[in-house]
Design a protein around this ligand. Structure first.
Ligand SMILES: Cc1cc2nc3c(=O)[nH]c(=O)nc-3n(C[C@H](O)[C@H](O)[C@H](O)COP(=O)(O)OP(=O)(O)OC[C@H]3O[C@@H](n4cnc5c(N)ncnc54)[C@H](O)[C@@H]3O)c2cc1C
Length: 288
């Protein structure tokens, strides 16, 4: 189908963008990579009369480390996080997640903040950002605010953003200690959204115990889910067989998947157990 008619703006600053959002309100939609918005417009599920294309705002591109955080600009593409050597070494969950998203054309265009704002419970970045304990930086008429990722996802396809606000960056705490990560995903066919996805991030202390852990679950609820009980269980314990087994059982308790064409809730919950166990075993081997 053909989208409805719309006016097109291409601002070069965040301030200009916010001005346009204030002027047009709910009539306006931000365009980032277009990989979710444009298919919805073609289906006329979304019919904005104004598109605000943020791709020419330099401040929203690229990533840098500052003040103990990795700051990833809103327009950083999935592919940028897949292939960067420094990120692979220091923040391995980023590349391990990015390589599972869709296919190369989608990864070349889609952006991290576009994915988070879209707030699909099946978003791979949603689960990964939960595991990384990220914050989303939001800019609006009254300034900048930071929203913890768990609070950013309000409901299915609803993020914690006012109509005149823009997500400007994601902030990930820089790890202190040895880091291990895995992104485990089962899909019906290559490049599809997840039947279930599990993001695992572990920081190991010098004494061999777990200093910090993050476990995000994809397609296991109305929003991306934190496996909080399993995360808490891991902290201060060695990554041995018994610890891992118990963590995999606890992770299931926070998963609330729906039965649908991709599988039954029971099957998906068991996938969570298998993925947490398998992923943590791989991390334990790697960090040994
Ligand atoms: C064929 C296909 C397969 C896919 N498979 C997967 C998959 O396996 N896993 C996965 O996680 N995703 C998948 N996706 C989704 C993909 O990752 C999208 O790139 C992502 O969901 C949206 O990012 P975007 O930059 O394209 O956002 P857009 O489509 O441009 O925007 C999405 C929404 O977010 C808003 N928005 C965008 N950026 C901002 C911002 N900075 N501030 C405020 N609002 C903003 C827009 O107004 C819009 O409402 C797939 C998409 C396609 C087309």
């Amino acid at each position: 189908m053909i989208p409805n008619a719309f006016d097109y703006y291409s601002p070069t600053t965040v301030e200009e963008t916010i001005g346009l959002l204030q002027k047009y309100g709910y009539e306006a939609k931000i365009l980032a990579g277009g990989q979710s918005l444009l298919p919805m417009m073609k289906l006329r599920v979304a019919m904005p009369s104004v598109l605000v294309d943020i791709n020419h705002i330099d401040d929203l591109h690229g990533w840098r480390e500052e003040n103990g955080y990795l700051r990833i600009g809103a327009l950083t593409r999935h592919v940028d996080l897949e292939n960067e050597q420094h990120l692979k070494e220091s923040y391995p969950l980023l590349s391990k997640t990015a390589e599972w998203i869709a296919d190369v054309p989608v990864r070349n265009r889609g952006t991290i903040c576009g994915s988070l704002v879209h707030a699909d419970p099946s978003s791979d970045w949603g689960a990964a950002m939960i595991a990384l304990h990220a914050d989303v930086e939001v800019i609006g008429p009254s300034g900048i605010r930071r929203v913890f990722i768990d609070d950013f996802f309000v409901d299915t396809f609803t993020a914690s953003l006012e109509m005149d606000e823009i997500a400007s960056a994601v902030l990930i705490p820089s790890p202190i200690g040895r880091v291990g990560a895995r992104y485990m995903k089962l899909e019906r066919k290559a490049g599809d959204f997840a039947i279930v996805g599990v993001a695992l991030h572990v920081i190991k202390a010098n004494d061999g115990t777990v200093l910090d852990s993050g476990i995000g679950l994809c397609a296991c609820g109305d929003v991306p889910v934190r496996a909080k009980k399993a995360e808490e269980w891991l902290i201060g314990r060695p990554l041995d067989k018994e610890t891992i087994k118990q963590a995999s059982l606890l992770a299931q308790e926070d998963a609330n998947p729906a039965t649908d064409l991709r599988g039954s809730a029971e099957y998906k919950r068991d996938l969570v157990r298998v993925f947490v166990k398998r992923g943590l075993e791989e991390i334990a081997d790697e960090l040994r």
